[in-house]
Ligand binder design. Structure first.
Ligand SMILES: [Zn+2]
Ligand SMILES: [Zn+2]
Length: 298
């Protein structure tokens, strides 16, 4: 059973994973009085394995808050789903990058090592950033776009699967010896309206890959009424994410990558609609929408 709370701190003894959300907004940071409860920072999720190994999923503006409270010295494994700005813009403000002797490994789900390093060099050099010699010396870049699963911590692995998103993006699944723990799909167009055989086959394959996952963090950028005018933009509606989570037999769906214009009250309504769909379907799926500070224990 996945436990939901807003308390940080280490995972309870015997837990498989602890997951903490540092940013759940899509596209662009959206601070303001209408986004106080769910938060305005863009995509960043902290995953701790059972031996407290740190896995960071995406480097949106939420990454800054995570970096400020990390313990000294421990290596950081950072996985980028793709290189859109809302998923990488936190990198220049990630304190561990400026600590000598701190190893930061960066794996990008849709780019090779050379391309990923070029991105870091672009973000951390003039004209986007002041000149800081040697800031990237301790960064290790891993080619992951077609590669084997990446080992993280004791017996844990990060797998990647292709998302449907302009320019490509990855979906990550973090496993331990008992199987899947959390799946992370922040930018993914499920496109249930499509009758294209390739789309249907891709979605069926993804459903199998994520079958039974305890926690599914999924793109819920739109409401259904917005889908028709945003086909091909690479995102899903909250109800599509719910339908997909039911098909995956996921335990908990965490709606994610909230539209920058979506107010806290609108988010509450969306969650309620998704729960009604679950009730109609007879599924035991639980649904919440990610907020900054959300902590899950698997
Ligand atoms: Zn995004
Ligand atoms: Zn994107």
């Amino acid at each position: 059973m996945t436990v939901v709370s807003s308390r940080g701190g280490p995972a309870p003894r015997g837990a498989r994973f602890r997951i903490r959300c540092w940013g759940a907004r899509g596209t662009v940071p959206s601070p303001g009085q209408h986004t106080v409860r769910y938060g305005g920072n863009t995509s960043c999720v902290e995953v701790r394995t059972h031996d407290d190994t740190l896995v960071v999923l995406d480097a949106g503006t939420g990454l800054r808050g995570l970096g400020k409270q990390l313990e000294a010295g421990a290596p950081v494994d950072l996985f980028l789903t793709h290189r859109h700005s809302d998923h990488v813009i936190g990198l220049p403000h990630f304190a561990p990058l400026f600590e000598r002797d701190r190893i930061v490994r960066v794996s990008c789900g849709n780019a090779d090592a050379l391309t990923t390093r070029a991105l870091l060099e672009l973000l951390l050099a003039p004209p986007l950033f002041p000149p800081l010699p040697a800031v990237l010396d301790q960064v290790r870049v891993n080619g992951f776009e077609h590669g084997a699963p990446v080992d993280v911590g004791d017996g844990c692995t990060v797998h990647r699967f292709p998302a449907r998103h302009p320019g490509g993006a990855a979906i990550f699944r973090v496993d331990d010896a008992r199987g899947a723990g959390v799946a992370y799909a922040p930018d993914n167009e499920l496109d249930y309206a499509s009758s294209d055989a390739d789309v249907i086959a891709w979605r069926r394959g993804l459903t199998l890959a994520l079958h039974g996952v305890p926690v599914l963090v999924h793109d819920a950028m739109y409401v259904d009424a917005e889908l028709a005018s945003h086909r091909g933009w690479g995102h899903s509606s909250a109800l599509e994410a719910t339908r997909f989570a039911i098909e995956c037999v996921a335990g908990l769906l965490v709606l994610f990558h909230h539209h920058p214009d979506r107010t806290d009250d609108a988010m509450d309504t969306i969650v309620q609609e998704c729960r009604e769909l679950v009730a109609l379907s007879g599924s035991s799926l639980r649904v919440i929408a990610a907020w900054e500070g959300l902590t899950l224990t698997v």
